[in-house]
Design a protein around this ligand. Structure first.
Ligand SMILES: [Cu+2]
Length: 127
């Protein structure tokens, strides 16, 4: 942990009697948090995958996840959309600024559309 050292030094030089140990552990915790975020996609536990709905498109159009992972669709458009894979998942209406999540269970390739705009197509690949 080289990077947090300067922050730790700065906080202790400013207030040596101000519980430098606490400040140090906060810095260490922040560092661990960053490491955990970076490591999450490779880890064995469930992950979350974000799909942005913007400009009448799913972005990314295809996401690959593992069974147990969760996909979250974020509607950043000014109109409602859906993420609908007949028989597998159906968000129903996702209003502007809203989100909807679905946890993948069964492996397979799952194409989906927006039922309001069938030209909007995406795919979730569950491994
Ligand atoms: Cu739509």
């Amino acid at each position: 942990m080289k990077a947090p050292r300067s922050a730790f030094g700065a906080s202790t030089s400013r207030g040596r009697h101000q519980r430098p140990g606490k400040a140090g552990s906060a810095v260490a915790r922040a560092g661990l948090f960053v490491v955990a975020l970076a490591a999450a996609p490779c880890a064995g536990w469930a992950a979350t995958h974000d799909v942005t709905i913007e400009g009448m498109k799913f972005e990314p159009a295809e996401v690959t996840v593992r069974a147990g992972d969760t996909v979250v669709w974020h509607n950043k458009d000014l109109v409602p959309h859906t993420a609908t894979a007949a028989g597998t998942f159906d968000s129903k209406e996702i209003g502007p600024g809203k989100q909807w999540s679905w946890t993948a269970r069964k492996p397979g390739r799952q194409p989906y559309v927006c039922t309001y705009h069938p030209g909007m197509q995406g795919t979730v690949v569950v491994q």
